[in-house]
Design a protein around this ligand. Sequence first.
Ligand SMILES: Cc1ncc(C[n+]2csc(CCOP(=O)(O)OP(=O)(O)O)c2C)c(N)n1
Ligand code: SF4
Ligand SMILES: [Mg+2]
Length: 309
Amino acid sequence: MSDQVLSEMQVKIPDEEWMTSGHVACPGCAAPMAVRYALKALGDNTVLIVVASCWSIIAGPFPYTAVHVPLLHTLFATGGSVASGVKAGLEARGLKDTTVLTLAGDGGTFDIGIQALSAAVERNEDFIYMCYDNEAYMNTGIQRSSATPWGAWTTTTPVKHPKDQPKKDMVAIMAAHRIPYTATATVAYPEDLIRKVQKAKSIRGSKFIHVLAPCPSGWKSEPAQSVLLSRLAVQTCVFPLYEIEHGDRYTVDVWPKQKLPVTEYLRLQGRFAHLTPDAIAQVQECVDFEWYKLVAKAGACGQARPDAG
Ligand SMILES: Cc1ncc(C[n+]2csc(CCOP(=O)(O)OP(=O)(O)O)c2C)c(N)n1
Ligand code: SF4
Ligand SMILES: [Mg+2]
């Protein structure tokens, strides 16, 4: 038996490619994979807004880009406001069907851009905001962000003083705005990711998609293991795949066939190599607590666990 993926039978990955192979991400970077799938879901009637991040580099040097859609580079703090303005401009020109997709890292979303993002989604502006979360400020040298998990090494949380705060729950913050659609995704479940982006496209108003994006350079992991790490994040329940409609209707989209211990995920990443057995037990306890909370919320919305019969 494999994981139960709600979208598996319904979604076919589109053949069309809107991203070229000429991007300049590090080998094994999950960030371009996420955008490749997102553009497959959206098609070419899309404007991509890229907030300052690794993706500003990944897209390629001017006048070239690695995507076959209009692309606008913008400032670190402005993902929400630029998306609002671009959408208004498109509508003023009668281009009501064009999708605006903002792409930002965790630093640009959880920290620096949270004010503009909060304001835009509170107005229920019509755009999709995708945060690719590699859990640190990678482009400038692996500094900790509020998305960095507890216990992780970064250059500003060295091994002797690893991060001592938990990861900010950005999905809960977006859901608290009661926007029409909030979801999590990873590149290990591409049908699930594509279904969520297509669903977001079909809904008018603000949509937030949080994609875990393994970064071999910052996570000290093997480039060939980024998809595996994305899958293990889901199977250990470190990063569950779920969606929330209108802030309170929870659905768990992938039910691991067997919930794996967090060590399966942590041991493949050098950024966690210093963790003691006690520290790992603490991580496990927090992951279990959050997972059972999520299952309870989905249960309260009428979703039964598949293995509950
Ligand atoms: C106001 C401002 N401060 C700092 C920077 C420098 N800067 C560019 S990208 C970046 C890191 C972005 O981190 P994140 O959003 O997590 O994306 P990642 O690089 O990890 O993909 C920083 C600090 C900037 N462009 N603008
Ligand atoms: S530093 Fe990390 S996120 Fe940035 S391009 Fe390299 S692998 Fe990707
Ligand atoms: Mg980052």
